[in-house]
Design a binder for this molecule. Structure first.
Ligand SMILES: Cc1ncc(COP(=O)(O)O)c(C=O)c1O
Length: 355
């Protein structure tokens, strides 16, 4: 049976899987909630979104997603506070970035109301699935792909926009050792690096596997032209602390404009931390590591929030970073997560109440 809630048609699942889930032992993104949001693009327009039971999708073998990779996604989280209220963090930024990615991949852009109202209705329906354990959250995966048929190499005529959710535990992988990439590139000038396009991640897997064989958990991507400037850390933006200055690369068409990155920059400014948004060269990093002024490196992104780096490898040499008791990484992570979980004042207006 279908009901309408705030313009969204909802077909409820007959039974819930929630009782089978061990909320004390959640991994990241591997169990899914009872419902998903689906919205179809056909005949030149997006239809109104619907919420349906979580289920597999049937596609024609000629669907263009399989052949030409028209696929984009977002990653965001819902957080539960002490009073069981559920919050999103800067969801409009994810909506804007999804449409930026859509445009670059010749995918029709989504109406804001379909994204925001659909997302809100889905999270309201699934609010019991938002975990309460410290550090855990409901990971939300909005994605759009070409479902339209045809072997002709041209944009599809039909697309699907889906939002699926996965209750997830705290993303803690410990400190990571990273390799500064000198051969492969994640993105190129004029390419799709700034879009959250599926193929960007497929292209990262092989160089990351090679780095793993050498004992590194992640790759630091450098610019494709010279491999002299650091750009991203795996699927995260990268920050470096030299003495007391926090540095990160300016965004460009090779770098994803991370929501965590820009929030960290605002918080750091608010904390009175000296910031420089500028190109950071590998040479500068090596020199700083040698003379002891390199204090910290960390990745920043929605999944891990802040992921500290213990050492970096470059031209066969490993450079260790010091253990700090009061690191920028831990300070900034605390400030941002306190806002996300409604434990602190939200002076930037980033929190978005769902229910
Ligand atoms: C390549 C890449 N860089 C950076 C980020 C961080 O972006 P955000 O902070 O919006 O999650 C992500 C994750 O979404 C990413 O995939």
């Amino acid at each position: 049976m279908e009901t309408m809630v705030n313009n969204i048609a909802i077909e409820k699942a007959k039974t819930s899987k929630i009782k089978d889930v061990d909320f004390d032992n959640l991994s990241f993104g591997s169990v899914y909630t009872d419902h998903m949001l689906v919205c179809d693009y056909k005949n030149g327009e997006w239809s109104a979104p619907k919420i349906v039971p979580y289920q597999p999708i049937t596609l024609d073998p000629s669907a263009k997603i399989f052949h030409y990779g028209q696929s984009i996604f977002e990653g965001m989280k819902a957080y539960k506070d002490e009073d069981e209220k559920v919050w999103l963090f800067r969801p409009l930024e994810n909506f804007k970035r999804l449409n930026k990615s859509a445009k670059r991949l010749a995918i029709p852009e989504l109406p804001e109301a379909y994204f925001m109202e659909g997302l809100t209705a889905l999270i309201q329906l699934e609010s019991d699935w938002v975990p309460k354990n410290p550090g855990s959250s409901l990971y939300i995966r909005p994605f759009v792909f070409a479902s339209g048929k045809g072997f002709h190499a041209s944009p599809a005529g039909e697309y699907k926009f889906i939002i699926a959710c996965a209750p997830s535990g705290a993303y803690f992988s410990g400190k990571v050792k990273v390799l500064i990439e000198q051969t492969y590139s994640r993105a190129a000038n004029g390419g799709v690096g700034y879009a959250k396009a599926g193929g960007n991640y497929a292209g990262q897997f092989y160089p990351t596997q090679l780095a793993a064989e050498k004992g590194y958990q992640q790759v630091i991507w450098t610019d494709d032209n010279t491999h002299e400037f650091i750009e991203e850390a795996g699927a995260m933006n990268v920050f470096v602390r030299i003495n007391d200055t926090l540095l990160t690369a300016p965004t460009n068409d090779r770098i994803l404009d991370g929501i965590t990155r820009k929030s960290i920059l605002d918080i750091a400014k608010d904390e009175g931390i000296q910031i420089e948004v500028r190109k950071v060269s590998v040479h500068e990093l090596v020199e700083a590591a040698k003379n002891g002024s390199l204090k910290e490196m960390f990745g920043a992104g929605t999944a891990a929030v802040v992921s500290p780096i213990s050492a970096f490898g470059y031209e066969g040499v490993d450079y260790d970073l010091p253990e700090l008791t009061d690191s920028y990484a831990s300070r900034l992570k605390k400030r941002i997560t306190d806002i996300q979980y409604n434990r602190a004042e939200d002076k930037f207006g980033w929190r978005h109440e769902v229910i």
